[in-house]
Design a protein around this ligand. Structure first.
Ligand SMILES: NC(=O)c1ccc[n+]([C@@H]2O[C@H](COP(=O)([O-])OP(=O)(O)OC[C@H]3O[C@@H](n4cnc5c(N)ncnc54)[C@H](O)[C@@H]3O)[C@@H](O)[C@H]2O)c1
Ligand SMILES: [Zn+2]
Ligand SMILES: [Zn+2]
Length: 448
């Protein structure tokens, strides 16, 4: 909380720079500013809001309205919880405010469009991209949409990272302050750039994951450069790491090793039988993950991918340093990736890291010629048409990671299951009152 107050003060000092915005940012709840952004009908909706550190709740909010001519309003028929949402709940992401509506992965039906929207019509089924793209800047023109220059007014973001990145739905004012889609309705700014139409053949339980998990996991493998016959190791078998294992095999990797510290190694292996796994809690007392990998692949793997997240310290030293603010992220998993990779191999970081880290093994990186690749927030629009085709023709089935279906009333509890990796939850589908019946072969709804 103190961090967020400091961040707010910093933003005031730096000056919230609204110039050149391609859309109206910082409407993280339609009831803000005296209900200025609420629909005239007065209709209310359920939505998941951040209420304080480790406190997320389902609240009643007003249905949002069209604010700009390029907007659409989507009636949400499916949403979910991401590993990134857990970081925001923990308060490690800056500039989140009490009452901000969260959620950056959702699909639904277009309810209304602004007068400038000609390529989308009410009644069409769509999925969002988690990033908000302007479609016009030099990065959006190259489809590197998360680097958009015009959809995020946070001056603090620019100050801390050296340049401003694009906005993200439901992910704090650090990334634009857009209301998210863990709600029954959501406003989509610049709708033609940020919605993809879903064909009838793709049920919500598959289409939803084009928002984030599929493009993010795919990007981590493509951008880090997995080649045919490579050996690959992937840290973290949450939805992102798990799907990255699948993509690595699809790109021709000859061996893939997945690393985690719980039952998710077994889950991953049950779905991808060729996968080799390491549950590091079962290693002998002094055996390290890199030592185990060198035993399995002498000399180390060609490519390592970190799909964990900088807040997950392993050792007491890093736990303490994180707690007292001496660093913002642990370097342990990245060091393990570096040490496990063969000389002149590559390491990609797709898990979220927010700031500075201590005890980073720069020596091994430099001396052994390792390429360290920040994967960025995934540029969804670069991949989603290709991925939709792969879902349609059955190359990949995103329901392989889908373990649960919950009601939106229970989504706050789903955050805690996701946080603790309990109840066998890998990825959930969250339904609203507008959802269809579960698609054949997908989980029935359960209450938490
Ligand atoms: N770059 C992007 O565009 C992007 C997009 C989505 C998610 N993310 C990030 O990717 C990461 C993974 O997302 P997710 O939804 O799969 O989250 P998740 O929390 O479900 O999965 C993370 C997994 O990492 C494991 N883990 C923790 N510490 C570990 C360690 N030391 N070694 C091995 N495994 C460890 C956990 O047990 C868990 O299974 C998160 O940090 C998330 O914020 C990034
Ligand atoms: Zn996400
Ligand atoms: Zn742009």
């Amino acid at each position: 909380m103190a961090l967020n107050i400091a961040a707010k003060q910093a933003e005031t000092v730096l000056g919230h720079d609204d110039k050149d915005r391609a859309t109206h940012t910082d409407i993280a709840n339609p009831d803000r500013e005296g209900g200025k952004y609420a629909d005239q009908s007065g209709e209310k909706m359920k939505a998941l809001a951040w209420m304080g550190k480790n406190d997320v709740r389902v609240i009643e909010a007003s249905k949002p309205r069209i604010v700009e001519d390029t907007d659409a309003i989507v009636r949400v028929t499916g949403t979910t919880v991401c590993g990134s949402d857990v970081h925001i709940m923990h308060g490690v992401i800056l500039q989140v405010e009490k009452g901000d509506i969260l959620g950056h992965e959702f699909c639904g039906v277009i309810e209304a469009v602004g007068p400038a929207v000609t390529k989308l019509k009410p009644g069409e089924r769509v999925v969002n991209s988690f990033v908000v793209s302007c479609g016009k800047c030099r990065y959006c023109k190259q489809k590197l949409t998360t680097a958009c220059e015009n959809t995020n007014a946070s001056a603090l973001h620019e100050k801390l990272y050296g340049s401003r990145m694009g906005g993200i739905f439901g992910y704090s004012h650090f990334t634009g302050g857009y209301a998210g889609g863990q709600a029954e309705y959501v406003r989509i700014p610049l709708a033609e750039n940020n919605l993809l139409k879903l064909p009838h053949s793709i049920p919500d339980e598959k289409g939803l994951y084009l928002s984030d998990v599929l493009p993010t996991s795919y990007h981590s493998v493509v951008y880090t450069g997995v080649q045919k016959d490579d050996t690959v190791a992937i840290w973290g078998l949450g939805p992102i790491g798990f799907m990255a294992c699948q993509w690595a095999f699809l790109k021709g990797a000859k061996r893939v090793i997945g690393i985690d510290n719980n039952w998710r190694t077994e889950f991953a292996k049950s779905k991808i039988p060729k996968l080799e796994t390491i549950n590091y809690t079962t290693l002998a007392k002094k055996e390290t993950v890199p030592a185990k990998i060198h035993e399995m692949v002498p000399g180390g793997v060609d490519v390592s991918i970190d799909a964990t997240g900088g807040e997950y310290a392993k050792s007491l030293v890093h736990k303490v340093e994180l707690k007292i603010g001496a660093e913002q992220d642990t370097s342990e998993m990245i060091n393990e990736c570096i040490m496990s990779t063969r000389k002149f191999g590559a390491v990609g970081i797709i898990g979220d890291y927010v700031g500075f880290t201590n005890h980073f093994n720069v020596g091994s990186l430099m001396e052994r010629g390792i390429k360290l690749i920040g994967c960025g927030q995934s540029p969804v629009q670069k991949y989603w048409e290709e991925l939709l085709e792969m879902v349609e023709n059955g190359t990949v089935d995103p329901t392989m990671m889908l373990t649960h279906r919950f009601r939106i009333d229970d989504i706050d509890k789903a955050y805690h299951l996701q946080e603790k990796r309990e109840g066998g939850l890998v990825k959930c589908f969250v339904e609203t009152r507008f959802s269809a019946q579960p698609a054949p072969g997908t989980p029935e709804v359960t209450s938490i």
